[in-house]
Write a protein that binds this ligand. Structure first.
Ligand SMILES: [Zn+2]
Length: 205
């Protein structure tokens, strides 16, 4: 696919923020610049590109989760100068990982509503499909704790692939609760429609 002259979706979103440093940028404005110049379609993953500007490029883009001055669907770039990007991810030491797996009984330690996922390495995943592979997860997100000890088994847990992804995308470390809004935001149009119908019926509209 040929590169568009107007830059990638991420570059276009960044440009929008850079021309509005310190000012509120709305979801509609972002979607407008994210739109494919040819097909005029808004890419479904625009929100992912926005996250990358934060996590991979270090831009301090606030949302309503960061400040009460912003409402849902409003964003603000605080400074044109990106902050330091979280350094190289710290890898768990091999003996520590062995110990973490031993303590976990070689099963995923994700807990939801007080229930543990418990899928064991090598089993087939009844929800996500495929074979369960456990990987080390630092309990505190790297973004908020750069001081990670690769040798302390207490800092780590074993998670299956599905729950690694879920934690990364959909877990709000500030509240310790599922980030329902982000989940719906990332869902397909079809799923969004289903949620929309559910909410309408839930609220009796
Ligand atoms: Zn799991």
């Amino acid at each position: 696919m040929a590169k568009k002259s107007s830059g990638s979706v991420r570059q276009r979103i960044l440009k929008l923020f850079l021309t509005n440093v310190g000012r509120v940028v709305t979801r509609e404005q972002i979607q407008q610049v994210a739109r494919d110049p040819k097909t005029k379609k808004v890419p479904e993953n625009w929100h992912q590109r926005l996250s990358e500007l934060r996590t991979d490029y270090g831009y301090n883009i606030q949302s309503f989760r960061d400040t009460q001055e912003l409402r849902v669907s409003e964003y603000r770039l605080v400074s044109a100068t990106p902050g330091p990007v979280a350094g190289k991810r710290v890898k768990i030491a091999a003996p520590t990982w062995t110990e973490v797996r031993r303590r976990a009984g070689d099963a995923c330690q994700w807990e939801e509503d007080g229930r543990r996922c418990g899928l064991r390495a090598g089993e087939s995943d009844p929800v996500g499909g495929g074979t369960v592979k456990l990987t080390p997860d630092h309990k505190t997100p790297h973004s908020i704790n750069p001081n990670i000890n690769p040798d302390d088994p207490d800092e780590w847990q074993a998670l299956c692939g599905r729950h690694q992804v879920m934690k990364k995308n959909f877990w709000d470390h500030r509240t310790g609760k599922l980030n329902v809004y982000a989940i719906v935001q990332a869902a397909s149009d079809q799923d969004k429609r289903a949620v929309y119908d559910f909410l309408r019926s839930f609220f009796g509209e």
